[in-house]
Write a protein that binds this ligand. Structure first.
Ligand code: ZN
Length: 156
């Protein structure tokens, strides 16, 4: 699946944690970063070290501690919204990659087995289409969850 689709899916997933309007851009950014980060391990010729639950846990704890270091009330007051946006973006990236033929090494480094539905090749049209469908479903779910869809229908 193309990295930009992972970023879009991560950004949309971040919206679910934006409990206040001013958090929308911050959660979009944190979700995008979470969706972007895992493919950095492709530079090392594999899709293991950042495509597993252990790395998500380490990344989540690291981000939480990093946000705590900044002397900024905006970050401290919304630390869980920002951290969970990031984590969800990362988890959805792994889930989407698990749909590809290579699967995802979700229990690496404890297991070297790839898991997933393994439906299509990573760079195929089916992969891209599925990514956009997932993004659309997430956006629709967020619109329903946030009450935005009701407002949209009301003004149409
Ligand atoms: Zn990936």
């Amino acid at each position: 699946m193309h990295r930009s689709i992972h970023v879009i899916i991560g950004a949309i997933s971040g919206l679910f944690f934006a409990s206040k309007l001013y958090l929308v851009p911050l959660c979009l950014i944190m979700g995008s970063i979470g969706g972007y980060i895992p493919d950095f391990d492709l530079r090392f010729g594999h899709r293991k070290s950042l495509h597993n639950l252990f790395s998500v846990l380490v990344g989540t704890i690291s981000l939480y501690l990093l946000l705590n270091l900044f002397p900024c009330n905006l970050l401290h007051d919304n630390i869980w919204s920002l951290t969970l946006s990031f984590t969800t973006g990362w988890l959805l990236h792994i889930f989407c990659d698990s749909l590809t033929k290579r699967g995802a090494f979700i229990f690496w480094p404890f297991s070297n087995r790839a898991y997933g539905l393994r439906i299509f090749r990573s760079n195929s049209l089916a992969s891209t289409a599925t990514g956009f469908i997932i993004a659309f479903i997430l956006l629709l779910a967020w619109l329903i969850y946030s009450g935005g869809l009701e407002l949209l229908i009301k003004y149409l």
